[in-house]
Design a protein around this ligand. Sequence first.
Ligand code: NIG
Ligand code: FE
Length: 407
Amino acid sequence: DPRTETETVPGTPGTILVDAIGTLVTNDPALGEGPLGEISDAALVIEDGRVAWAGPRAQAPAADARVDAAGRCVLPGFVDSHSHIVFDGDRSREFAARMSGQPYSAGGIRTTVAATRAASDAELLDGARRFVREANAQGTTTLEVKSGYGLTVEDERRSVEIAARVTDEVTFLGAHVVAPEYADDTGGYVDLVTGPMLDACAPHARWVDVFCERGAFDEEASRRVLTAGIERGLLPRVHGNQLGEGPGVRLAVELEAASVDHCTYLTGEDVDALAQAAQRPEPTVATLLPGVDFSTRQPYPNARALVDAGAIVALASDCNPGSCFTSSLAFCIAVGVRDMGLTPDEAVWAATKGGALALRRTDVGHLAPGARADLTLLDAPNHLYLAYRPGVPQVAAVWKDGEMVAG
Ligand code: NIG
Ligand code: FE
């Protein structure tokens, strides 16, 4: 597309002017209109991988390269705070069976565990890299990646090491399900996860996660896993309330987790707890995963109720071969709007700034000066088009740390 070619023009060396932006979404209310800090007829300057300036086009400083946005929309790169892309194997038939009436079960995770164990490191790394490129091409510039399809000390260690090759946001999820070798001994498996497995994985990870759900880990086991991770310097996040009401949200709030993910089945108390936790300096975010409820035929979570109560909502993909095989945040935004009660503005915010809060990141998810130059140029005049034109590829170009990674 010739309109995204960079021309060289006189100005500060190493700077890039993204010019003639129809709508710039900054996510900084101080910089523009409304909660998304929108600026019309805007420009943005990139320098040394960061946003150096953002504002009305007429006031833009000179730069030595120029990109013509030609009246299109620029928004922060999506921050996808939940994915499981270190895996091998195929579960398309399981999906098809579900669509003809089979219920989703966490037991399917073991199918991927077997295939992942059988794969080489190179195969797993190639796969992870392919999903990162796929995500980048769809506007995602920050992607959290979990282990959890190894479930032995060695297979979890290599999973977090491979994750660390493709992202800074690595999550140790040895407690995804009980490993098949420990089928009748959950306690023994939790000993392994909180002992040798944590020892092997903690040096490569930032986060510890647990699938706190019937069929996976109960409240007590989940607390053990998270507490052990915290003692090793990892920060907690939780899979909870996916398949039914349960202790996940309560535990996440109690342990000051950065996020509790799924939140499909919430009680009024859960909603209140998340609203309270949103007031803390380090909040617990409710991360909703619309693709999972779509692909498992579960009801959608009530995002409207969460936002109205004052909870912080993020949208993430949960890209994984079982419950949701999409890496498209645009799809998640569209479903979030259509079926979960979010406004288009709220959904775009949830997939950018909301994701950043779920990862406790202040350098991404917004485009104020000083933020990382992680931005997406849409083939559309504004961000509403993400939900307005579902299923249509609209990403024209993507920059991460000021470098073009797609376009
Ligand atoms: O986030 N909930 C647990 N783990 C994944 C599903 C993984 C799978 O089915 O392979 C999830 O939905
Ligand atoms: Fe998940």
